[in-house]
Design a protein around this ligand. Structure first.
Ligand code: 5GP
Ligand code: MG
Ligand code: MG
Length: 182
């Protein structure tokens, strides 16, 4: 699998260090509160797991699965709820945890949904940000790393459901994409 990677953009050591930093920041921000941490499946799973290990406040975890991409590498612009929360968000301090923000369509949909459901506060933490891809007006409160406008995989991020288990963020060799345009 590793020989299908052209280059590594963020190493596992850099990710680990960043998760500890962000976890400490969240510990301060949510001191005395009981936030609901919402992981956006499936990509945010490793990041959520690592970052919350360093968040030393009481918190609750839940998951949401939305799709906007299908199998393609570009956002369709349509967001569909595949799995909703099991938890009521009314009156809660929400922390949305994402793997990457590209167009921002997924997150702006979620933020609108949670506002409609009367969340008390909504904060967004994302491991990666691709600011050049933005079409919706959305900004994360905490960003791990900025990445260039390239299709990245690893540490939760997939290409056709593969590569999520890589311990780093990288770019695939062009021949792996089978001619599909990034
Ligand atoms: P957005 O709605 O912001 O355009 O994109 C949201 C979702 O698209 C992300 O949560 C992620 O699942 C997927 N995505 C966006 N850019 C990339 C990328 O470079 N690599 C991978 N694997 N997924 C991406
Ligand atoms: Mg995602
Ligand atoms: Mg995907």
């Amino acid at each position: 699998m590793h020989n299908e990677i052209e280059k590594i953009l963020v190493t596992r050591e850099e990710i680990a260090k960043k998760c500890a930093e962000i976890g400490q920041q969240l510990t301060t921000e949510y001191d005395g509160k009981f936030p609901l941490a919402i992981g956006v499946l499936k990509g945010a799973m490793p990041f959520m797991s690592d970052v919350l290990r360093y968040t030393e406040t009481h918190l609750e975890m839940d998951f949401m699965d939305v799709s906007s991409y299908g199998g393609a590498m570009r956002s369709s612009g349509e967001v569909k709820i595949e799995k909703d929360l099991n938890t009521k968000v009314e009156g809660r301090d929400l922390l949305i945890i994402e793997d990457i923000i590209d167009s921002g369509l997924t997150l702006s949909y979620l933020v609108d949904l949670f506002k409609y459901r009367k969340a008390k506060s909504i904060r967004i933490v994302t491991l990666l940000d691709k600011p050049s891809g933005r079409t919706a007006e959305i900004k994360a409160d905490i960003i791990g790393f900025n990445v260039p406008d390239e299709f990245v995989v690893g540490y939760g991020l997939d290409y056709q459901e593969r590569y999520r288990n890589l311990p780093y963020i990288g770019v695939l060799k062009p021949e792996i994409y089978g001619g599909e345009e990034a």
